[in-house]
Design a binder for this molecule. Structure first.
Ligand code: 13P
Length: 247
């Protein structure tokens, strides 16, 4: 299975900056077998990024958020068919900023996952506990509750979902989970899927939260970690190249 290096640009890099970023990154980036690069630009830059990377089959472009309906009176929202038309082949769902800043509920997340499956766009479901939950020993219980967004899906559908474990206390803080801590949660996530009929080897579990050039090697040395979802360091072409080239 390929190692995945996913960059979540969050609210950074409009079309012009996206083009400049890709020019710098792609000039120095070389394809390596067994590695995929996934880029999640803001929606307004999707088309630009899809166009600039169209000759690079191992680079997948995704959107950071979608609505569950295909169209309708939902001011400010983006449907899966629209994102797909603009070049998205994947989408983040349930990112902690969506949950904690914008109040996205488990039910919203569940509907978004189903819309993505319906349109054959890869869903990257983000899960993660807050610091007080970790300190109270509730990490696995919180993650399992968030995985509840997948309840009722059969093993085939479940095998198409990518999970990103992003402890909330590690996002944008410079504090990251130790590879061993992350691996422990990744094992619990895998066990949840295995209990529902998915072969562990068919499942991709990414780690996210303050991934940087200086900690990527230690994280990827952990066999439970199939790849990373990177925020801050993914919008700096030099740092991103170092991260991607760590394998
Ligand atoms: P940082 O890498 O900036 O901590 O962000 C992680 C993240 O939220 C990726 O989705």
């Amino acid at each position: 299975m390929s190692r995945i290096f996913a960059g979540n640009w969050k609210m950074h890099l409009g079309p012009e900056e996206a083009r400049a970023f890709l020019k710098s990154f792609l000039a120095r980036y070389r394809r390596v077998t067994g590695r995929e690069v996934w880029l999640f630009p803001p929606a307004v830059s999707l088309e630009t990024v899809a166009r600039e990377t169209r000759d690079r089959a191992e680079i997948i472009v995704g959107t950071q958020n979608v609505h569950w309906d295909d169209k309708g009176a939902f001011t400010g929202e983006l449907s899966v068919p629209m994102a797909k038309e603009a070049g998205a082949r994947a989408a983040l769902v349930g990112h902690s900023e969506r949950r904690h800043v914008f109040g996205e509920t488990e039910d919203d997340t569940a509907k978004k996952v189903r819309a993505l499956l319906r349109h054959q766009v890869k869903a990257v479901l983000c899960v993660g506990e807050m610091i007080d939950q970790r300190e109270a020993g509730q990490t696995v219980a919180v993650i399992e509750r968030q995985l509840g967004a997948l309840a009722g899906l059969d093993a085939n559908a479940l095998a198409d979902i990518t999970i990103a474990y992003e402890p909330v206390w590690a996002i944008g803080t410079g504090r990251n989970a130790t590879p061993a801590d992350a691996a422990q949660v990744h094992r619990a996530i895998r066990a949840w899927f295995v209990a529902r009929g998915v072969a562990a080897r068919n499942l991709t579990v990414l780690y996210g939260g303050s991934v940087k050039p200086d900690n990527i090697a230690a994280l990827l040395a952990e066999p439970e970690i199939d790849g990373v979802l990177v925020g801050g360091a993914s919008i700096d072409a030099g740092a991103w190249l170092e991260i991607v080239n760590s394998r």
